[in-house]
Write a protein that binds this ligand. Structure first.
Ligand SMILES: [Mn+2]
Length: 306
């Protein structure tokens, strides 16, 4: 089966970076998740993937940290958007899983998702179950609710559903958490998840945060990185569904990632960009920048082994 023959992929008139590099020449395959059906406060994330693509046309492809320009290394092939079903989150998750299973037949490539509510990550990681990846969850929230507003497949219960799907064999490192219920924190503690809250990250600083993450990752054969745009302080990223004050800075998160990413990474996503609450467009620009920076980091560490 060819890469583009996934049943649930729809072409998007915008391509990341303004054009889609050919699949066979690209290390990175980008998939959009235009969804916001379970949004509990401010919907609009369904427009995230298109706006991130627009913003990506006007930023450079070089990474100061990784020292590479992924445009010169084949770039990113934009496969379009998942054909989501508004109002049916369970079926939507199944479709994301299907897309990832179709696309991940090309093992030398890394799939990148842009979203769209965080629920998309559940589908992506369901497809990777056999690889048993650890999870680095960079988010203001823990997404560990047993259910939310009567909905099992909710943006607020993504990690909980995932933990169940993995049969309890899931290790999670949380960075930047600050908005969660006592039940969620208790669940995380009882499962041995590592949590560095946003205030703790500020207090212990970058190097100690990195040290904790490296210690956590030392027992992982593979890992996946998921970024919710609401991990950033709302002053950097106002366009999200559930803003939480006292967030992290983009430089802190990128410095952190540059220090932990290595050849064990299997994929990453940048989720919850909400253009409806992003009047100046800075959230979409930051999301596009994150895709470029992380791709460059993964390219350097995984493909160049640098
Ligand atoms: Mn969140």
């Amino acid at each position: 089966m060819s890469l583009m023959e996934s049943l649930y992929l729809l072409e998007n008139p915008e391509s990341f970076g303004g054009y889609s590099s050919p699949v066979d020449k690209s290390r990175f395959l980008l998939v959009g998740f235009p969804y916001d059906s379970t949004s509990s406060y401010r919907p609009g994330q369904r427009f995230g993937p298109s706006e991130i693509r627009k913003a990506s046309r006007y930023i450079e492809y070089n990474s100061l940290r990784a020292g590479v320009d992924i445009d010169y290394h084949g770039g990113i092939s934009d496969l379009g958007d998942v054909a989501v079903v508004y109002g049916d989150p369970k079926e939507t998750v199944r479709r994301v899983e299907d897309v990832y299973k179709d696309v991940s037949t090309q093992r030398d490539k890394t799939i990148v998702m842009i979203g769209g509510e965080h629920l998309g990550t559940l589908g992506a990681l369901s497809a990777y179950r056999s690889l048993e990846p650890c999870l680095v969850w960079i988010d203001a929230h823990m997404d560990l609710r047993k259910e939310y507003l009567g909905c099992l497949y909710s943006h607020a219960s993504v990690v909980r559903r995932l933990w169940e799907k993995y049969g309890g064999r899931l290790s999670v490192f949380y960075l930047g958490a600050r908005g969660f219920s006592p039940d969620e924190f208790g669940f995380a503690e009882s499962k041995g998840f590592e949590v560095v809250t946003s205030l703790e990250a500020r207090d212990i600083g970058l190097e100690m945060t990195v040290l904790k993450a490296k210690r956590f990752l030392s027992s992982c054969n593979r890992f996946y990185v998921s970024i919710d745009m609401d991990v950033f302080d709302p002053s950097y990223a106002p366009g999200v569904g559930n803003p939480e004050p006292e967030g992290l800075s983009p430089s802190f998160v990128l410095d952190f990632l540059w220090r932990i990413i290595d050849d064990r990474i299997i994929g990453f996503d940048v989720m919850e960009a909400n253009p409806s609450y992003d009047p100046s467009g800075i959230t979409s620009v930051l999301a596009a920048k994150l895709v470029v920076e992380l791709s460059a980091m993964v390219f350097k560490r995984k493909y160049l082994k640098g």
